[in-house]
Write a protein that binds this ligand. Structure first.
Ligand code: BTN
Length: 289
């Protein structure tokens, strides 16, 4: 058996999600901060579910995980392929007194703290593509989807969804439209169970929600920069109807991407915009790995 085939032994069963095990693996502070923990075998989307629950008064600190999603969502309206037991599908709801507009920077915070969790469990060579695409050797390992609701002057509700490919068989990943990788390959084996991983991610998010509420984006910028995949690179920024070319100068204090363009320095906020290396294709092939 080759190392690759051992990682994808079709008989290997995924560690099923278990609330008791997740709670036991959390820090005491995070355990206190979790108001509600829901684990679903199947759901449309953990993010969509928490946005619905937010509208009916779900408390700050509601955490939802699912074994599979039937309508998993990625950034820019893309689908997030979510086969049973193959990945982590986790969303968390947090309430702030500030206006929704003040929460945009959390997009980078989520990427930085999740990358940091994975580095701490042994994943080397991780990179972030602004704002929060989690890459390994230019292949996608995970991503975050932020959704915000609220009044223009506050309060607001933030739902952060995290998807990490944990152990995905080639068949399961066939529908993914870009090169991808799973944590089993990054770590050289399935070293961390999904319950432990869920607890580590939830712990890090809670810590970040609290610190971001007190101090904003500033304390997270250095961590994000440690994973910056594109600094100094020539890139294209794709909008729905145009593209802008330039060289990445880094991230501004408000989380905007700084680009050196033919018209001078320009800044862009994460929204309906997608970043590509100058030489990178716009769309990947079917299920490339
Ligand atoms: C991206 O496009 O990179 C973001 C992917 C986010 C996927 C996660 S999985 C849990 C949560 N529920 C969703 O429907 N999406 C997010």
């Amino acid at each position: 058996m080759t190392p690759g085939s051992r990682l994808h032994d079709p008989d290997a069963r995924p560690e099923l999600l278990d609330a008791e095990r997740i709670l036991a693996a959390l820090s005491p502070g995070a355990r206190r901060a979790i108001a509600r923990l829901e684990i679903r075998a199947k759901i449309d989307s953990t993010n969509r579910y928490l946005m619905r629950e937010a509208a009916t008064g779900a408390p700050s600190g509601t955490l939802c995980l699912a074994e599979c999603q039937t309508a998993g969502r990625g950034r820019l309206g893309r689908p997030w392929i979510s086969p049973f037991g193959a990945s982590l599908y986790l969303s968390m709801l947090w309430r702030y007194s500030t206006p929704p507009a003040a929460l945009g920077g959390f997009s980078l915070v989520a990427g930085a703290v999740v990358a940091d969790v994975l580095r701490r469990i042994g994943a080397e060579g991780l990179a972030l593509k602004w704002p929060n695409d989690l890459l390994w050797g230019r292949r996608k390992l995970g991503g975050m989807l932020l959704e915000v609701a609220g009044e223009a002057r506050g309060p607001s509700t933030l739902v952060v969804g995290v998807g990490i490919n944990v152990r995905m068989a080639p068949d399961q990943g066939r529908a993914i439209d870009q090169p991808w990788v799973d944590l089993a390959e990054v770590l050289g084996g399935p070293r961390v169970g999904r319950n432990t991983l869920a607890a580590l991610v939830a712990d890090a998010l809670i810590d970040a929600f609290e610190r971001f509420g007190r101090e904003g984006l500033t304390p997270f910028l250095a961590l994000w920069a440690e994973f910056d995949a594109f600094r100094g690179e020539s890139v294209r920024l794709l909008f729905a109807d145009r593209e802008i070319r330039g060289r990445v100068l880094g991230i501004a204090s408000d989380g905007a991407l700084r680009l050196d363009t033919a018209d001078g320095e320009m800044r862009f906020h994460a929204g309906e915009v997608s970043l590509r290396r100058e030489v990178e294709a716009d769309v990947g092939g079917e299920g490339r790995r």
